[in-house]
Ligand binder design. Structure first.
Ligand SMILES: [Zn+2]
Ligand SMILES: [Zn+2]
Length: 265
């Protein structure tokens, strides 16, 4: 399997996951042009995308969906409530209803040679999910936009070969920052976003000898920066009582506006 982050953060999220034969996007939160360019950088043509998996309807995850679906007619997969929320998002323009396929958490389905299992996440959207994608005994997951994690989420993230996981904010930066009180409460709440510390704690729960890539994602522009997310997650791993050291793993930080290379899983 292979994975690349095309864009990540509150200004837009889009992740490519594929195999030799199947090519998928998780979210289309940036423009058609930026998505095309991000794929092209890794020699993938948007025409070859077989499906778009949507995590939830917040605009940073669907901003490009209207234009992309009108140009390319790619099947869209999301929960029924997410579909309704997308269709009522005026900003996207008309989207062909026939492109939508309902998916349900814990109900596996396949696109080409990739098996997909969505799982519920805790976030202030209609029916948000994360995704675990498996092909040829290799698995990757996309787990962002979640205020907290629990045993249910951990169970869906066991034995992964790669993960894109949220490290959204530094709690002290949020508290000291300029955001109004209600917004601080939203970010820090159970339906908000995962802090750097909690991201490290979640990673500690799912570490195993063969996890190859850990990609920290959805960093807040105002309340985080790459080095801080990276060092905080690393120190959570160092401080934990598991047998691992942070340097045992390839920990990366997804760039906000620059498509990554392809990481092979
Ligand atoms: Zn969101
Ligand atoms: Zn988001």
């Amino acid at each position: 399997m292979r994975i690349s982050t095309i864009a990540s953060g509150s200004s837009g999220n889009c992740i490519y996951v594929g195999t030799d034969n199947t090519h998928l996007l998780v979210d289309t939160g940036v423009s058609k042009k930026r998505t095309e360019e991000g794929l092209f950088k890794n020699d993938i043509d948007m025409k070859d995308i077989n499906g778009i998996l949507i995590t939830h309807e917040h605009i940073d995850h669907i901003n490009g969906l209207g234009v992309i679906s009108r140009k390319y007619n790619i099947p869209i997969y999301c929960t029924p409530k997410t579909k309704d929320a997308i269709l009522s998002t005026k900003k996207l323009g008309e989207i062909d209803k026939d492109l939508f396929n309902n998916i349900y958490p814990d109900d596996e389905f396949a696109i080409g040679d990739i098996d997909i299992c969505a799982f519920d996440i805790s976030h202030d959207a209609a029916w948000p999910v994360g995704y675990r994608l498996t092909s040829d005994n290799k698995s990757v997951a996309v787990a962002t936009d979640m205020g907290k994690f629990d045993d249910y989420i951990i169970s869906h993230l066991k034995n992964l070969d790669g993960i894109v996981v949220e490290a959204n904010h530094d709690v002290r930066m949020v508290l000291a920052g300029i955001y109004p009180y209600y917004l601080k409460q939203r970010i820090l709440g159970d339906d908000g976003h995962l802090s750097n510390e909690n991201s490290g704690k979640l990673i500690n729960e799912i570490l195993h000898d063969n996890i190859k890539h850990i990609i920290l994602a959805h960093l807040s522009k105002e309340n985080n920066y790459e080095e801080l997310a990276f060092q905080t997650v690393k120190s959570e791993i160092e401080l934990s009582d598991n047998k691992y050291k942070a340097d045992d793993f390839n920990i990366l930080v997804a760039k906000r506006d620059i498509a990554s290379e392809i990481y092979y899983i």
